[in-house]
Write a protein that binds this ligand. Structure first.
Ligand SMILES: [Zn+2]
Length: 369
């Protein structure tokens, strides 16, 4: 067995790749890898995330659905700071790494059943999943909060996905998307383990683009935790395979309003706001279902967490843009986190650092002043 999907709590394995939670206890599933990362297996002539096809065995056995995502530029920002342009992915965000792997692995099973995919998201994941469903010729239904508007919502519709608006909380939207209906296959990006697992390619790319080494610190925005858990899984595999000596320090960056991970990780009490009004509108998970798993994994790899306020986010957003990097404010949260740790001397300018710029500025509703 090259891999096994298991419950992160009780260890039970589901009987199908389609499962999005433990059949026994309902807790999140995890993909366990039982093979090494070996650089000679990279398809060096493929300039997408699928250059690592050999390391995604469950997708490799099937027809791959791709828009040539991944292998995004790593650009030097200043002396020791690099930015990873995940905004350059086909739908404008890092989510494409998860969508391509998940849809590749599952589309034939869903087609055979005459089914359609169901997802809950008002943002980047919804747009990405809609695009990959379109590419696979699959029907998609995306459940969104009633109040949704803006470029990301338009993007979801342009890809041809059906949209169902749901009133009430974000949890209500997820509930509707998961409700059992004939021919409906729920592939929600937060819960489905294959989506998260697809993010692993980001760690491999950083390793390769850094000349077979890793930076000392990596800053990423964290909301539901797919990026965080995926990148940790990738670096852990590189370490377990003996490819890297030390793991990079992974720093989870959150907004003051949406910071459940920061608080739990630091042993503090989190009091979520009634409504999230942050300019970082992609970071909305005040009660993420993967929170316990995120804390556990971040501790295992001796990572860190940092929290930034609205002013810090906007300063980082404008600074990035004025240096040529137009990203959505949610992505600027990672740069704001770095600036904050630099000021407080937790990080130093001597550190080799990567800031993951997760999504394109064209998706923002912020107007220039
Ligand atoms: Zn379980």
């Amino acid at each position: 067995m090259k891999y096994e999907i298991r419950c992160s709590v009780c260890n039970k394995s589901p009987s199908s790749l389609l499962a999005y939670k433990c059949p026994s206890c309902g807790q999140p599933l995890d993909v366990e890898l039982d093979f090494n990362f070996e650089p000679y297996k990279i398809r060096t002539g493929n300039y997408s995330g699928w250059r690592y096809e050999q390391f995604f065995p469950y997708a490799q056995e099937r027809k791959i659905i791709t828009l040539s995502e991944g292998w995004t530029p790593l650009v030097r920002f200043s002396d020791n700071v690099y930015v990873k342009l995940e905004s350059a992915n086909p739908t404008g965000s890092f989510k494409d790494r998860g969508s391509t792997v998940l849809v590749s692995a599952l589309h034939e099973l869903i087609e055979e059943a005459g089914g359609y995919i169901s997802e809950d998201s008002s943002g980047n994941a919804g747009a990405s999943m809609a695009a990959y469903a379109a590419r696979a010729g699959l029907k998609a239904r995306i459940y969104v909060p009633e109040s949704v508007a803006g470029p990301k919502f338009n993007q979801i519709q342009f890809y041809g996905a059906q949209v169902t608006k749901v009133s009430g909380s974000r949890a209500r939207v997820a509930e509707e998307a998961q409700k059992v209906e004939r021919r409906k296959f729920y592939v929600g990006h937060i819960l489905h383990p294959l989506f998260r697992d697809g993010i692993r390619s980001l760690a491999y790319e950083l390793f390769e683009q850094f000349g077979w080494s890793v930076p000392e610190r990596i800053y990423l925005p964290v909301s539901a935790g797919t990026l965080l858990l995926g990148i940790i899984s990738g670096f852990k595999q590189l370490s377990d395979s003996g490819e890297i000596e030390a793991l990079p320090k992974i720093v989870a960056c959150q907004t003051r309003q949406v910071s459940p991970l920061y608080h739990l990780f630091k042993g503090l009490t989190y009091d979520p706001p009634e409504t999230v009004t942050s300019v970082a509108d992609a970071l909305v998970s005040v009660k993420p279902p993967l929170l316990d798993l995120m804390v556990k994994r971040l501790k295992e790899v001796k990572g860190d967490a940092v929290m930034v306020g609205e002013d810090e986010i906007m300063e980082a957003f404008f600074e990035l843009a004025r240096r040529g990097f137009f990203v959505e404010p949610s992505s600027a949260v990672a740069y704001a986190g770095y600036r904050k740790q630099l000021k407080s001397n937790v990080a130093s300018e001597e550190n080799k650092v990567v800031i993951v710029l997760t999504g394109s500025g064209l998706k923002t509703t912020v107007k220039p002043v």
